[in-house]
Design a protein around this ligand. Structure first.
Ligand code: SF4
Length: 748
């Protein structure tokens, strides 16, 4: 009956949610999704049949919403977006001509997109110290060359990116690294959601989204905090379209009124494609880095107005009194100064949360990528616990994951501070895996991704193995990263295409390029874990194969087997089914992964909700409130808080130089009209941002935008030159992707 009612609601047109009466939003600034489709298919050129098979038979290797072909588990509709289409080119392109690597000087001047477009890496390639070229070598020579550098566990690090990397690769890689006597294996989760992992584990006992995407539809309220799915998880906007039709209200807490979260045209839905959909009902502007001030203010109102669910809190949580005391001691003036919002605005969100019977709180990197990212997440969890919005239908805590590999990466143990299953690195846990695998597992945490770069810079690391990724683009201060990379005795880059970090000359060492297979090429199929904890099987897809590219799990295990031949029989696998069986033994909550073998097979660990009925997987079964102190936010007179943002890109891969949502070019410096008027800045004016200490600078052009006064936004990764590499959060070690800077107009 409810299904029929829902189906009727979905079919009914609802002009109240329309963004515009102009058909297809003609004249509105917005991306043209249909043009995107044409561009993407054009880029695939000769391999369209293979591309179609990837779309219809594979699990998307873009963001972490998760698909089975072009379907999903939330809506019975087509699931496809421009990010996936853009990635098709990467997945279907032919091999590059390796003679191009005979002299890298020409390649060094190319942009990353141009390097990628050269084609897939087909063979192992070696560049010796002082040589201008890479030379093709055989796999045996490559592995034998690298293995001796991996015998001292304290002198090497391994990093894996998250785009497209399946669970099997993460698991095999971390096991290989641990067999080599090190925990210095880390993945891209470190630089996106590591604060969520730390704070959620402490507060609710699980480091994952507690609900499912279906919980969006029919929830009374969804609150997005520092999150912009219109850009980063486009199909989520279709879920929001349906949620709005079901009566869900959407609130957004952010420094910038993201145009894509204001109005969105869902291309696969006739009503939304024609008239657009108003998404955000309540926008709350906060300073970059001011979220704790705002969220604590909302909690303070909930407490003062008697809107805390006291019975639920008493039955299911601990620590509320400390939090009550902490926010009581924070004055409205302090909260307003930090957040940039008024106490009335805080009261408005408290009213929405207080009246809602259900709510989902969603956050992304606007929350996590701060030196106090863990506290930002704790402040969100406190709100959810205060209203009992965990463990039941249409409620949840959702750190939305941007990349298809990122949820599984840490759960597989490819994490310097966590063993498989997210277990902390302790003597007891290390012994458990030593017993399981038959070799010693080190008992102290390894180097995190950012610590590896520091160690390389300080000459304390000999070798770095990097699977995908590009430290030059991903981490703050590219010049510092370049120096660090150049000092290593050996760099091994395992990847499918060329990247700029591969071309950094080593001062006195070798650089080895090892060609990897995509997830779609791997025999035996692979799995990924989506944001909603769904472990999804993606089969091998018939199509062209590239040169001598190998699956990464095989590369890592073979490296370890050659460095520690006595352990070879405990490290080598016959194929991905055997790895899945090993994962099932090592990670009990991944039960069922060993049985996944066909297209569409999946298992959602924990079911629709974690913490069902308010029973938390903590030692006492209760959720934990945590008092959150206000960070000291010092803004010298005349300075701005600068945040880095994403444009038309996926990860650091820039797809277009202009963002269709707001017209921003990659050089844009987003500034409020208030500040622009005050400083006499017009759109297009050249400006320089300079870090307050004066040593770092970024040059760009003014773009007026609906941004909180006192704040600026520039694109990532271009804006990384302004960031201080030494600023990291205390526990998660995530870099701070924000900076304090001044702005100066340059001569035209
Ligand atoms: S929304 Fe994410 S999972 Fe879905 S098609 Fe786009 S990139 Fe892939």
């Amino acid at each position: 009956m409810e299904r029929m009612r829902n189906a009727r609601t979905r079919r009914r047109l609802d002009p109240r949610n329309w963004a515009s009466w102009k058909p297809f939003g003609i004249g509105e600034r917005k991306p043209n999704n249909y043009l995107e489709l044409v561009k993407a298919f054009r880029s695939v050129k000769g391999n369209r049949r293979y591309a179609w098979r990837l779309l219809t038979q594979g699990t998307c290797d873009g963001c972490a919403l998760g698909t089975k072909g072009m379907r999903d588990w939330t809506m019975d509709e087509v699931h496809l977006c421009n990010i996936r289409l853009r990635l098709l080119k990467l997945n279907t392109m032919p091999a590059l001509d390796v003679s191009l690597l005979a002299d890298v000087s020409g390649l060094e001047r190319m942009r990353s997109a141009e390097l990628r477009d050269l084609g897939r890496l087909p063979y192992p390639m070696l560049r010796r110290a002082g040589e201008p070229c890479f030379t093709r070598i055989g796999w045996d020579e490559a592995l034998d060359l690298a293995a001796p550098h991996l015998r001292d566990g304290s002198r090497f690090g391994v990093y894996l990116t998250s785009r497209g990397v399946p669970n099997e690769n993460y698991f095999a890689a971390q096991k290989a690294v641990r067999a080599l006597g090190s925990n210095s294996v880390d993945n891209a989760a470190r630089i996106c959601h590591s604060p969520s992992t730390v704070a959620l584990k402490q507060s609710i006992g699980a480091a994952a989204t507690t609900c499912s995407y279906t919980d969006w539809i029919g929830s009374d309220l969804i609150v997005f905090i520092g999150s912009n799915p219109s850009n980063n998880q486009p199909v989520a906007m279709k879920y929001l379209y349906h949620a709005k039709k079901a009566g869900t209200k959407v609130a957004m807490v952010n420094a910038y009124r993201e145009p894509g979260m204001d109005k969105y045209w869902v291309p696969s839905n006739a009503e939304s494609a024609l008239f657009g959909t108003k998404i955000t009902d309540h926008f709350f502007g906060v300073n970059v880095g001011g979220d704790i001030g705002f969220l604590n203010g909302v909690l303070k109102h909930l407490i003062e107005d008697g809107r805390v669910d006291e019975a639920w809190v008493a039955e299911h949580t601990t620590g509320f009194e400390e939090v009550r005391e902490a926010v009581a001691g924070q004055s409205w003036e302090e909260l307003e100064a930090l957040s940039g919002a008024t106490r009335e605005q805080m009261a408005e969100l408290a009213g929405l949360l207080g009246e809602a019977r259900s709510a989902v709180l969603v956050w992304s990197m606007g929350i996590t990528q701060h030196t106090y990212g863990e506290d930002n997440v704790r402040a969100i969890v406190n709100l959810a616990l205060a209203r009992g919005f965990v463990g039941r239908d249409h409620c949840g805590l959702m750190p939305i994951r941007g990349h298809s590999g990122v949820q599984g990466g840490a759960e597989m143990g490819a994490y310097a501070t966590g063993l498989p299953g997210g277990l902390p690195v302790t003597g007891e846990n290390a012994r458990r895996f030593a017993d399981l695998w038959g070799f010693e597992v080190p008992t102290t945490p390894g180097l995190t991704a950012t610590d590896m770069i520091d160690a390389a810079h300080a000459g304390e690391l000999d070798a770095l193995v990097s699977s995908g990724g590009n430290f030059l683009e991903v981490l703050p201060d590219p010049a510092y990263c370049r120096e660090a990379l150049s000092r290593l005795r050996l760099r091994v880059h395992v990847d499918i295409v060329l990247s700029s970090q591969m071309l950094v000359p080593a001062e006195d060492g070798d650089v080895l390029l090892l060609p990897a297979q995509t997830r779609y090429e791997m025999a035996g199929g692979v799995t990924e874990t989506s944001t909603e904890r769904r472990i999804i099987f993606s089969p091998e897809v018939e199509g062209p194969r590239i040169g001598e590219a190998r699956p990464e799990w095989r590369i890592f295990t073979e490296l370890a087997a050659r460095a520690r031949p006595e352990l070879a029989d405990r490290l080598r696998y016959s194929g991905t089914p055997e790895i899945r069986a090993d994962i099932e033994r090592a990670v009990p909550f991944y039960a069922g992964i060993a049985g996944l073998s066909e297209f569409g097979d999946n298992v959602q660990y924990g079911g629709r909700h974690l913490c069902p009925g308010g029973r938390f997987p903590t030692p006492d079964g209760r959720g934990r409130f945590a008092p959150v102190a206000l960070p000291a936010l010092e803004r010298p007179d005349g300075s701005f808080m600068v945040a880095t943002r994403r444009g038309k890109q996926f990860n650091s891969m820039v797809h277009e130089r202009r963002d269709g949502f707001n017209g921003a070019t990659r050089e844009a410096v987003l500034i409020s009209a208030h500040d622009a008027d005050r400083l006499g800045l017009a759109d297009g004016d050249p400006v320089e941002l300079r870090s307050v200490a004066g040593e770092r600078a970024f040059r760009g052009r003014v773009l007026r935008a609906p941004l909180m006064p006192g704040n600026l936004q520039i694109h990532w990764p271009e804006g990384n030159v302004l960031l201080d590499a030494s600023r990291r959060s205390p526990d998660a070690r995530i870099p701070d992707y924000n900076a304090l800077a001044t702005i100066t107009k340059l001569p035209a």
